[in-house]
Design a protein around this ligand. Structure first.
Ligand code: AMP
Length: 204
């Protein structure tokens, strides 16, 4: 019954950690980015509505985003807990998520904030861009994206920080190490993994 959010800048390994944590806590990982990409690929009605925003690197309007999250959280597998990745991203989305959880008499157990040194993240993203042949992803563009992320995320972190639910984790290091760090920090708050992480499984 764990309800988690994972927040982190591009290049900090957030998506990877989200999947591993969801597995460890036995809850579904819900990524709004993945839901949107799936719908764009399959040319669904939602996909057609969101395609232009995503391709322009803009946020999908809150009304649409909130609606798909509300629907997803009503599905049976999410009733016992969930891990949200990439949502909420705006104050309006935070308030909508509050309303959704209030209506169920629940709340978030923790907000995992993954932080990483900017130079390291830029280096990682440049490497990824080279591997994927994305020549437009220059160091300047990447730094700008990181600045935008900081600007947009800081208010959300402040909001959650006031509620005392933020757990800040250094995202640098091996994937297993970072997962272990998060699992240990959550355990300190009484939030215990129910299954092994890959790291634990590999060393067992
Ligand atoms: P991501 O994979 O999380 O970076 O998301 C990919 C794209 O989907 C983003 O650039 C946005 O266009 C859209 N998106 C994902 N999550 C949200 C959200 N919570 N609010 C608005 N747009 C979103």
């Amino acid at each position: 019954m764990t309800r988690l959010l994972v927040i982190g800048p591009p290049g900090a390994g957030k998506g990877t950690q989200a999947v591993r944590l969801a597995e460890a806590f036995g809850v579904p990982a819900i990524s709004t980015g993945d839901i949107f990409r799936f719908n764009v690929k399959n040319e669904t009605e939602l996909g057609v509505q969101v395609k232009a925003f995503i391709e322009a690197g803009k946020y999908v309007p809150d009304s649409l985003t909130n609606e798909i999250v509300a629907d997803r959280l009503k599905e049976p597998d999410a009733l016992q807990g969930f891990l949200l990745d990439g949502y909420p991203r705006t104050t309006d989305q935070v308030l909508e998520l509050d309303r959704l959880l209030d209506a169920e008499g629940t709340s978030l157990d923790a907000v995992v904030q993954i932080v990483a040194d900017t130079d390291e993240v830029v280096a990682r993203l440049l490497k990824r861009a080279a591997e994927q042949g994305r020549a437009d992803d220059t160091a300047d563009v990447i730094r700008h994206r990181l600045e935008v992320y900081e600007e947009q995320t800081a208010p959300l972190i402040d909001l959650y920080d006031k509620r005392g639910v933020v757990v800040t984790i250094d995202g640098l290091g091996a994937v297993d190490q970072v997962t272990d760090r998060i699992v240990a920090a959550l355990a300190e708050r009484g939030l215990h993994a129910v299954g092994p992480t890959d790291a634990v499984a590999a060393s067992a």
